[in-house]
Write a protein that binds this ligand. Sequence first.
Ligand code: UTP
Length: 297
Amino acid sequence: MPQKIRKAVFPVAGLGTRFLPATKANPKEMLPVVDKPLIQYAAEEAVSAGIKELVFVTGRNKRSIPDHFDKAYELEHELAERGKDKLLNMVRNIIPSDVLCVYIRQAEALGLGHAVLCAREVVGDEPFAVILADDLIAPRNGLSGLGEMVEVFNYHGCSVLGSERVPHDETHRYGVVSAVESGERLWHVNGIVEKPAPEEAPSNIAVVGRYILTPRIFELLEHTPRGAGGEIQLTDAIAELLQNERVLAYEFEGKRYDCGDKLGYLRATVEYGLRHPELREDFAEYLRGLDVDALIG
Ligand code: UTP
């Protein structure tokens, strides 16, 4: 059995330009889907996959993320005074007490690869997960997206990239792999490129916001030059990693919503609303009664 995955890195230092002005003073990872911010869905996914240490790489305007996971004395006091026990329990138990939160500052948004490198000292010499909270993954059959990948890692003991087949005309938005099928939903990766144009993409298997990586990635990131968009790309370091180590791509079963994008975010909001135990009936009725054509004019 390989070393256990105990730590997850959450890069939350991006500029979130696609969501301006909502992200002017607030990180996009704090955008709520129904009643929970994206970062909390991501933290819950990690915890359910057995992670014990959450490492947040934050940037400017990111104070609300530590605030969200910290104890909220005044709020707890108010809720206790008003006898709102259910809500009190909810805010007290955002994160289980045996899970540690660590915050690291990425002084400048130099890219996802650089953000991951910032976590090196805290992660140390062990395999770890990376979660991009703006990719929201609905659990399937009781297992979260990262939970599925941890099972793959526990069996194969190598880096695993969360992946999904995307329409050919969307490859320019993702890291895309060239790979050989090596099992159910599993691919042996032999190449990876960041944001290829459709005619240059080696396949339509795209890497989405979940990674399990061996610590070797840190050594490679130290020397990774700026790549696509002038940023230090995690994809470029992975391209080197797979020259030396086995890297697998795993197509998870859970449904992914790209919440860094407005349309993806709206889809998630509608579908999570329809699954919400307190809202589903009323929301479904509301949607059924909508005169969409009249609204779009
Ligand atoms: P994105 O490519 O989605 O960029 O980053 P972004 O800046 O967040 O959003 P847009 O495209 O401008 O709207 C992918 C992930 O990497 C993190 C982001 O927070 C996001 O989770 N990131 C990116 C960093 O932490 N630091 C960086 O320097 C860049």
